[in-house]
Ligand binder design. Structure first.
Ligand SMILES: [Zn+2]
Ligand SMILES: [Zn+2]
Length: 345
């Protein structure tokens, strides 16, 4: 079936209206009538070919929410009318040990990104800047009752990206968690870490972000531009979740970690970061990385967020405002996620 979408057709071009051929749902597939799609910075990196991996035409979008419109004969996890979300993972081998453990993002054959990739049947994936999406039922996660579907969309990538390491490394009562970077990921990290019960600290160089971070639930804000502030908090953090996706000097933050503390990277700077290794030796410190989260964890994260009344802070746009929104993302001018109202398509 032919459906409406927005695509970039060649490198250097803007997003423009495009028609996508969606496959009819197979026996285990669902066809979703999309309502909202969040705009993640990775959309820009991939579709503008900054990572060198664009396969044009590219329909971006991997934070989709919509209603199940059709199901295949063997679908038993969702039914027509259910509100569901699809994040980064649209397919995987389903039989390797990471897939069996529900860590599809580490599928040994490589998971299929929900856009600009190929699924396991060899078909190219086109993302959520579109009216409909067809996917195997395993990768469509139910949105809990009562959750605002538009503000839930960014949880499908942004939310799970920060939830996974916060949970894995034990954010909770008695722990001190630092959040570096106040954007789409950072604002959700503050909310989720606080809800887990950790003492949550925003680490920022800009005094004009202090009030925003407090409003989001940060217990404290450390101004990293102030030498005294850094000294006062040296050696005290159990974990720092580093959401910065641009070039930065991580060395200045490593002394903040307590002995055995962990700086976990969830953003993806496109250039190598120079690290002074003695910053790790002194105090037995760790650096780690974490990639989104698997499907069972995504469902768990959504339940956790519903229980704690957490969604993203969003600015809703119409489809024809998407190029302007992308320009604003490049300038960090959004609080904190754009979401496309796909009814405007
Ligand atoms: Zn994303
Ligand atoms: Zn697999």
């Amino acid at each position: 079936m032919q459906v409406k979408a927005y695509a970039i057709q060649a490198e250097g071009q803007k997003l423009e209206p495009f028609t996508v051929e969606r496959k009819e749902p197979g026996s285990e597939d669902v066809l979703i009538e999309l309502m909202y799609c969040g705009i993640c910075h990775s959309d820009l990196i991939i579709a503008n070919n900054e990572s060198g991996a664009a396969m044009y035409p590219v329909v971006p979008g991997h934070e989709m929410v919509g209603r199940v419109a059709e199901v295949g004969a063997d679908v038993d996890l969702v039914k027509v009318g259910d509100l569901v979300g699809v994040g980064c993972i649209a397919d995987s081998c389903r039989s390797c040990s990471p897939c069996e453990a529900g860590d599809e993002q580490y599928c040994e054959s490589g998971f299929s990104l929900s856009f600009n990739a190929f699924d396991t049947s060899g078909e190219k994936t086109f993302g959520g800047y579109s009216s409909h999406y067809t996917v195997n039922q395993r990768y469509a996660v139910k949105i809990p009752d009562g959750m605002d579907p538009a503000a839930a969309a960014p949880l499908l990538c942004g939310g799970i990206t920060v939830y996974t390491p916060l949970k894995r490394y034990g954010a909770g009562p008695g722990k001190k968690v630092g959040v570096l970077g106040l954007g789409g990921l950072g604002h959700l990290a503050i909310k989720i870490s606080s809800a887990m019960g950790a003492h949550t600290v925003m680490l920022t160089s800009s005094p004009n972000k202090v009030a925003d971070a407090q409003k989001l639930g940060a217990d404290e804000v450390v101004l990293t531009s102030q030498e005294d502030d850094l000294k006062a908090h040296a050696g005290s953090f159990d974990m720092i979740i580093n959401t910065i996706s641009g070039e930065h000097d991580a060395n200045s933050y490593l002394p903040l970690l307590a002995r055995g503390g962990n700086m976990c990277f969830v953003g993806a700077p496109q250039t190598p970061l120079p690290i002074m290794i003695s910053n790790l030796l002194m105090g037995d410190k760790l650096m780690s990385g974490s990639l989104i989260g698997g499907i069972p964890s995504t469902a768990e994260m959504l339940e956790f967020c519903a229980e704690h009344n957490i969604t993203a802070d969003i600015e809703m746009i119409n489809m024809d405002e998407v190029n302007e929104a992308w320009d604003r993302i490049e300038k960090n001018d959004v609080k904190y996620r754009f979401v496309i109202d796909l009814a405007s398509l």
